[in-house]
Design a protein around this ligand. Structure first.
Ligand code: GDP
Ligand code: MG
Length: 372
């Protein structure tokens, strides 16, 4: 990308140049308003302020259209990546059963003694391609992630039990998918049940704006029995078709970025974190920053407990090596220098502490005022 000066970046980000100068000073670099910044530093600054740091920020407006059409120079670096799918729907309509059936039928037994661990996401093979499923349905997790600015899902599958029809959480799911602007596939579930009425589901979902192709819409409906497996292969093929149309791509030849899916503290291993790599490639040994947490990827395993040296875009991995438990939904970024990662995390932590201190002292003054 074109070189950019401190002054120019400040303008693009709607900030004062002195803020950038101060930020970089805190990180140990002295610059002036006319200093030219390299890509990594620009990214660092954007990350620090939690602003999208895609190239559009640092290139000319005239390049926008080119970028939307993926015609910029990076085109050659973009390769197909697996779609990331979330299953949503009303309670008891079969989300967990569907996730389990997909996992069981598409993970080759014996690959790792048939063991699959639950790390919050998993990947399956379908006709030689891969599909990533987020294993934490729950609308709350989805909403929390979106509230944090994380966009992890490419495709939403809304499960509707054919013997029950559209219910309040079905509507919520439709709203979530619409807000996220991602394509929806409707899985009409429990089609094996005597009381199943798929036409009712189609008409109720159409009222919510999800018209099937035969009615002039573009929503795909697939009849399934999550319990017995009928229609599940069709559903998986449909995901691949949608993915092909949407053309999900990423550049595997850069440092990784992505989102925290789950994190917990393990007595023996310390903080254990599931990351979804969304762009770039994550390697063991890479330094990481997530919020105010930092560290190095000491060990990385996939959803079947196999140790990995690297993780490509759309891959969920479990890692150890962070200094604390990060927040699910937070964005992570890999760096080649642990020192840099530590500096960013510590600077963020200092800022957070300062903010908390000033808000708590404001509070106590209020309390004081009340007591008087
Ligand atoms: P969730 O709350 O959406 O995760 O729903 P579950 O997957 O826990 O399913 C709720 C109940 O419906 C369970 O008793 C499942 O066995 C049952 N169930 C799920 N899918 C099917 C299906 O396709 N056919 C039948 N007959 N029962 C199903
Ligand atoms: Mg469930």
């Amino acid at each position: 990308s074109a070189p950019i000066t401190v002054g120019e970046l400040a303008e693009k980000l709607n900030r004062n140049a002195s803020e950038i100068i101060k930020l970089l000073f805190m990180m140990g670099t002295m610059v002036t308003i006319n200093s030219v910044l390299d890509d990594e530093t620009v990214e660092l600054i954007c990350m620090e302020w939690n602003v999208e740091c895609h190239k559009e920020i640092i290139i000319d407006e005239s390049d926008f259209e080119e970028q939307i059409n993926n015609e910029e120079e990076d085109e050659a670096n973009l390769v197909e990546r697996p779609p990331v799918v979330t299953i949503m729907g009303h309670v008891d309509h079969g989300k967990t059963t569907l996730l389990d059936t997909i996992r069981k039928t598409h993970v080759t037994e014996g690959e790792f003694g048939g063991i699959t661990q639950h790390i919050g996401a998993y990947q399956v093979g379908v006709n030689g391609k891969k599909v990533t499923f987020l294993d934490t349905p729950g609308h709350e997790a989805f909403t929390a992630m979106r509230a944090r600015g994380a966009q992890v899902t490419d495709i939403v599958i809304i499960v509707v039990a054919a013997d029950d029809g559209v219910m309040p959480q079905t509507k919520e799911a439709v709203d979530h998918a619409k807000a996220a602007g991602v394509p929806v596939i409707v899985a009409v579930n429990k089609i094996d049940k005597p009381g199943a009425n798929r036409d009712r589901v189609v008409s109720e979902m159409s009222e919510l704006g999800l018209m099937p192709e035969e009615w002039g819409g573009d929503t795909i409906y697939v009849d399934v029995s999550a319990k017995f497996g009928d229609g599940v292969p069709d559903l998986l093929e449909t995901i691949l078709i949608v993915a092909e149309v949407e053309n999900f791509r990423a550049n595997p030849n850069k440092m990784a970025t992505g989102t925290v899916i789950e994190a917990k503290l393990d007595k023996g291993r310390g903080p254990v974190t599931t990351l979804l790599v969304q762009n770039g490639t994550l390697h063991t040994g890479d330094a990481l920053v997530v919020g105010t947490v930092f560290g190095r990827v000491r060990k990385m395993t996939d959803d079947r407990g196999r140790e990995l040296k690297e993780a490509l875009p759309s891959m969920p991995v479990e890692i150890i090596g962070l200094n604390d438990v990060p927040v699910a939904g937070d964005i992570f970024k890999a760096f080649d220098s642990e020192k840099k990662a530590r500096n960013i995390a510590e600077e963020r932590l200092n800022k957070k502490i300062a903010q908390e201190r000033s808000s708590s002292s404001a509070m106590s003054l209020d309390d004081l005022a009340r007591q008087i």
